[in-house]
Write a protein that binds this ligand. Sequence first.
Ligand code: PGA
Length: 228
Amino acid sequence: MKFIIGNWKMNGNMDEKESLLSAISGIKTKNKVVLCLPYTLLYGENFGISIGAQDVSNHDKGSFTGDISASMLKDANIQYVIVGHSDRRLYHNETNELVKEKATIAIKNGIIPIVCVGETIEEKNSGHTTSVIKKMLLESIPKDGEYIIAYEPRWAIGSGLTPTNNEIVTAVKTIFDNLPNPMPILYGGSVNQDNALDIATIPYIDGLLIGGASLKSETFLPIIKSIN
Ligand code: PGA
């Protein structure tokens, strides 16, 4: 079983969500398909497909205007939440420590966090990929509970560029070797219908986190079908 997780980021509306979920529900797959949606689209018909959020507060409740708590996500039947996506780390200055708090509070509320880690192009070019990933991982993962790791090189996100299979194996093996307990490891960054199966079958890879190509049936369904 592989995870095929879509991340809509700040895109989409109710009609687009319903049409994609209904199309996905028509595919027979042994894999676990999850769609991580903006908050406004979390409620409503999900056609039997698992729904995830893209962020969660590190606080239980209270005076945090604009934030959404893990118990609110649970109340909306949300099963997964992305934490520490590079967009959040970059545009909201999220630190490993904060990401760990978010992952921990998600688990406490019965939601599986998808913890993202990945190096920048500068870190890659200076040969620091392994040490950067290891530090991010060890500082971002919760102490206990079940979670998923997504290896997403920042430079590969939305750029059309992907690491070589060897680079992916090296990175995910680093993650695998440093996890205190075995957890699923995903790859994310410019996955499309042409490279999805190849990447999904790399050793240590348990699935894919897909941004741009998850937005439309024409690009997402072929990925889901190719990994069947
Ligand atoms: P992308 O995004 O597939 O559009 O590169 C991946 C992600 O940000 O999770």
